[in-house]
Ligand binder design. Structure first.
Ligand code: PA5
Length: 448
């Protein structure tokens, strides 16, 4: 089992009998997920992606990497939003050198993300960058109709066609979209782009192990075979119907804290800045899966020790409506020891010869004890180190646990009706054809 859990940091907050009761509820939810007879059961295609992804699909992703390498492509613009963005962004951030941009490793293109906002400055600066570089693009949209990526793609496509010519553009643009429908599918057919399919039965936030995540991750120079292998090991481990299944334990404890103790907020904590976007990916996964029907635990995220110097005060001492889930990385990949200094003016010689990670681990333990003393229960999820394999396992762990958890909460984990509301208003305000009535109504509401 690559992902382990420790719920010991909640023991002083909950009764053992209640936890048993919630473990039972989580096991019942596990049964629903495994029998595939619960709400949203037409969106369970993610469950067996790790073990059933064909070699040919992995190879196709690698072929694009090799093809673009041969062309000397040094910039890949990955366009997508929400589930069509966050998994790849999370993996690239977690696996890249912290100073990759400054080091500019030859042979691997820089992967940048676009289409995840509507900022004009961002668009203009992306054009500045593309003008300096040898550019290709992966455009990802399951529906093929989402406004943010569509706007970004129009800009990037135009740049690529004007710079390299229309014929060459078709070999520099790859689309990841629905097998049959949507504007992006139509355009890809017309322009003869290479395409990858987002399976019908996999929702955006569960799609990181489809080409939505795999293609950008391999293009950024990472080993997607190892990632799938790690996820497949986790798929197997989590198929155990038992109280010691970490996904069952996680779902049980977070629902117990929420339902019986009024904990409204879960903070995903990492002591490693490489996991900043794991927090962003996890927030979408849990926020969109559980936040509906006026229910849900609000997902937040922090990076410690950085945020101990900002939000730490609130977590220690503010409103007692939260719990923490700490993602622990047991070993760092690199070693740096603290040196000794003859003058010792900074009085750090007591740490001389110690690894920086030792200080981090002590900060983590000290924080755990302090936050528990301050009234914040703590769950701990741990992996041995950060690499493709463990990241694949983490992705699968949180997805599987999310399915169980949302069923315990009593919501459909696989729909997202709430995200349509802003779109309707935006289309009405932008005067999109077909929205004439809504435009009139919204203008009247705004007194225009
Ligand atoms: O999880 C989801 O379903 C959403 O976040 C979508 O991924 C997001 O809205 C982007 O949708 P699409 O891929 O259709 O452009």
């Amino acid at each position: 089992m690559m992902v382990k859990i420790n719920v010991g940091g909640c023991a002083s907050f909950v009764k053992e009998t209640e936890y048993k009761n919630y473990l039972e509820k989580a096991l019942q939810a596990f049964d629903v997920l495994e029998a595939e007879n619960g709400a949203g059961n037409d969106f369970l295609g993610w469950k067996h992606l790790p073990s059933q992804t064909p070699e040919s699909l992995v190879k196709e992703c690698e072929d694009i990497r090799d093809d673009w390498k041969a062309k000397g492509i040094d910039l890949v613009v990955v366009i997508g939003i929400g589930g069509s963005y966050l998994g790849a962004k999370c993996a690239v951030e977690a696996l890249s050198h912290s100073f990759a941009k400054e080091l500019r490793k030859a042979g691997t293109p820089d992967v940048v993300f676009a289409g995840n906002n509507l900022s004009e400055d961002y668009a203009a600066e992306l054009i500045d960058l593309m003008k300096e570089r040898n550019t290709a693009c992966v455009v990802i949209s399951k529906s093929g109709t989402t406004t943010e990526p569509a706007v970004a793609f129009r800009i990037v496509k135009q740049h690529i066609e004007e710079t390299y010519g229309k014929a060459e553009a078709s070999s520099r643009i790859v689309a990841v979209t629905d097998a049959h429908k949507g504007a992006l599918k139509t355009l890809s057919t017309q322009e003869a782009y290479r395409t990858f399919v987002v399976p019908d039965n996999v929702g955006g936030r569960f799609s990181v192990l489809t080409p939505v995540g795999l293609l950008p991750i391999v293009l950024a120079g990472f080993d997607i075979r190892a990632m799938l292998e790690g996820a497949a090991e986790e798929e197997k481990a989590l198929s155990c119907r038992c109280e010691s299944n970490p996904a069952v334990e996680y779902a049980a404890m977070r629902n117990l804290l929420h339902t019986e103790y009024g904990k409204a907020i879960e903070i995903l904590v990492s002591f490693n800045p490489k996991f900043q976007y794991l927090g962003e990916w996890w927030k979408q996964l849990y926020g969109e899966s559980e936040g509906k029907d006026t229910k849900g635990i609000y997902p937040a995220s922090v990076i410690y020790t950085t945020d101990l110097h900002s939000l730490g005060q609130f977590v220690q001492d503010g409103a007692r409506n939260m719990f923490e889930t700490v993602v622990t990385v047991e070993n760092s990949n690199r070693c740096v020891t603290i040196g000794s200094d003859a003058q010792n003016l900074d009085q750090l010689n007591y740490l001389a010869g110690k690894h920086v990670e030792h200080c981090n681990a002590m900060a983590q333990l000290g924080t755990k004890l302090a936050h528990i003393d301050g009234g914040v229960p703590q769950l701990e999820i741990s992996v041995e180190r950060i690499n493709e394999k463990t990241l694949g396992a983490i992705f699968y762990f949180f997805e599987f646990a999310c399915g169980i958890s949302a069923y315990v909460l009593g919501v459909n984990p696989f729909n997202q009706p709430g995200v349509e509301a802003y779109k309707k208003n935006m289309f009405a305000l932008l005067e999109k054809p077909g929205f004439e009535e809504q435009t009139k109504a919204i203008k009247a509401r705004l007194g225009k």
